[in-house]
Design a binder for this molecule. Structure first.
Ligand code: UD1
Ligand code: UDP
Length: 381
């Protein structure tokens, strides 16, 4: 029996962790014991607890309750808390997801006291170190022992950075093992796809017409913190909505909700508030999000996870960022990168909604990435 300590903190990590906890419960319960540590990076009910309730994730064994703060303060507080838990729990490994400050804190705390790091979503790169996430993921990958990349591109990025494809056991931070495992988020999308529509009423609740609304999310720090960019994004959404008489549903991240008051032009803000078509709502649950993704006409987002879920549910996507780590989406022609450029967003909307021949090949695994990861952890830690 091996013991792992899983670190979660931000919304997408809680969702990703559900896939691994499910695989452990269903197939590896006699091989792997999981201790869950919530850093408390996200803490609002609809950014955290809702996912535990809905996705059947075990309650965290520890909650560090770090809350919000500057990068340094938030990460440092997490490092101290995680280190103490690792010293007490003496796990075989720490499991880290993605690229948030919770990921980085786990990587630093564990690697310094020689607890092997398992990184799920390894190898992804935007090649833009102005993104806090790019710094977090590079640092985490380079102290990891087992690295699970969801995509071929991610695997290749690791090779390009000097990782070897064929290291032999035993694996450690100086002799790491890299894998192309598929995406645990695809596991989740498949698993929850059917129940999402049965168990939610979100489409009716907001009076949405099936296949005839835009699903939007905006939360990247460069989009929310820079007024010019935030205004360009909301102007584009507002114009598209008006010109096409199309509803926009925007479940709003608390970061963006707080900054709208300061960074959005007052007149535009009032116009959006008064519009019957522009529906800004609180963050929704994962099942509600899947129901929205399955039933929308098009997704417009700066989220990493939502870009991919659009693809899983065969919807086109406008990527409201200067680049993406999920380059396959763009290569397939189902997603277009527009950055926060009003004109490009409007053009991408036109291009994607007039295309009739989109292909959505299976690029992200077979829906069993979490089981594969558990098998490799069992055999290699
Ligand atoms: C973080 C991640 C980002 C990820 C996103 C997922 C980092 C550096 N960034 O960004 O990669 O895409 O989570 O959603 O780790 N807030 C609340 N309630 C909450 C959580 C946050 O009000 O429950 C507000 C606070 O004002 C906080 C702000 O949102 O300061 C930003 O939260 P933070 O966790 O620092 O970063 P995110 O933008 O959420
Ligand atoms: N999500 C959700 N409710 C929302 C918005 C997003 O459940 O209101 C889910 C979404 O389906 C995806 C994940 O949260 O699984 C993406 O998280 P987010 O966009 O916050 O972060 P990112 O993926 O960009 O790191």
């Amino acid at each position: 029996m091996i013991k792992i300590v899983t670190i979660i903190g931000a919304r997408p990590q809680i969702i990703k962790a559900a896939a691994l906890s499910r695989a452990i419960k269903n197939k590896f319960s006699t091989d792997i014991t999981e201790i869950i540590v919530h850093t408390g990076q996200h803490y609002d009910e609809n950014m955290s607890q809702v996912f535990f309730d809905e996705l059947g994730i075990p309650a965290p064994n520890y909650n560090l309750n770090v809350g919000s703060g500057s990068h340094g303060k938030q990460t440092a507080t997490m490092i101290a808390g995680i280190e103490e838990i690792l010293v007490n729990e003496k796990p075989n490994a720490i499991v880290l997801y993605g690229d948030t400050n919770s990921t980085l804190a786990g990587a630093i705390a564990a690697s310094k006291i020689h607890v092997p790091v398992v990184h799920i979503e390894a190898g992804l790169r935007s090649f833009n170190k102005a993104m806090p996430e790019e710094v977090n993921r590079i640092m985490c990958d380079h102290v990891s022992t087992l690295l699970f990349s969801p995509t071929k591109t991610g695997f290749q990025n690791l090779l390009n950075e000097g990782f070897k494809a064929n290291n032999a056991k035993p694996y450690n931070a100086n002799n790491p093992k890299i894998y192309h495992s598929g995406d645990v988020m695809y596991d989740n999308s498949l698993h929850f796809s059917e129940v999402a529509e049965q168990k939610t009423t979100i489409i009716a609740k907001h009076d949405l017409q099936k296949n005839n609304f835009i699903l939007a999310t905006i939360h990247r720090n460069n989009n929310t913190d820079e007024p010019i960019r935030l205004n360009a994004l909301f102007n584009a959404l507002s114009k598209i909505s008006e010109a096409n008489k199309l509803d926009v549903l925007l479940p709003l991240h608390p970061r963006t909700a707080k900054l709208l008051e300061f960074n959005l032009d007052q007149e535009l803000h009032q116009k959006i508030k008064a519009s019957a078509h522009f529906k800004i709502i609180e963050p929704v649950s994962f099942l509600e999000m899947i129901a929205l993704e399955k039933n929308c006409k098009i997704v417009m987002t700066d989220s990493g996870g939502v870009q991919k879920e659009a693809f899983y549910f065969e919807k086109p996507c406008v990527i409201l960022r200067p680049e993406t780590e999920w380059v396959e989406l763009v290569e397939c022609g189902t997603a277009i990168i527009t950055d926060a450029n009003e004109q490009k967003i409007i053009e991408a909307f036109k291009t994607l909604t007039s295309k009739s021949d989109m292909q959505f090949p299976k690029l992200y695994g077979d829906g069993k990435a979490a089981e594969f990861i558990c098998g490799e952890m069992k055999g290699n830690l």
